[in-house]
Design a protein. Structure first.
Length: 129
């Protein structure tokens, strides 16, 4: 008499999978609480109420390459640097138009650096929101 082979599939170890998922859950809960919580008495500022305008000593560069400072058109980046106080010349903020060609932006940045700008900060749309 022949005995039929056992064709039943072996059971998959679901308990081991549940244990792994539980351990991952515990790990992420602990890892998420490692950062010290903020002081409960601290109230953060709300940036959504701020005006969407450039800082006062910011060089605005239009698509056609025209330079503006506080509503006045400038002839060159060196004219912008001359209008800044001596202590503000090391860090310069510029707001370039989105459609300004990159080669023009690089040329203006090079001119600003040649006149004493050590750092040039680009103010983007997200920064003004």
């Amino acid at each position: 008499m022949k005995i039929a082979p056992n064709l039943a599939r072996p059971k998959e170890p679901t308990i081991a999978l549940i244990n792994v998922v539980f351990l991952m859950l515990v790990f992420f809960m602990i890892a998420g609480t490692l950062a010290p919580p903020l002081d409960p008495d601290l109230s953060l500022i709300k940036a959504q109420d701020l005006d969407g305008r450039a800082p006062p000593d910011t060089l605005v560069i239009h698509e056609d390459g025209k330079l503006w400072l506080r509503g006045v058109e400038l002839t060159s980046a060196s004219a912008f640097m001359e209008r800044l106080p001596d202590d503000d010349r090391s860090v310069v903020r510029i707001v370039p138009d989105r459609d300004l060609p990159a080669k023009d932006l690089i040329a203006i940045s090079d001119e600003l650096r040649s006149h004493g700008a050590e750092r040039i900060l680009l103010v983007s749309e997200r920064g003004l929101q």
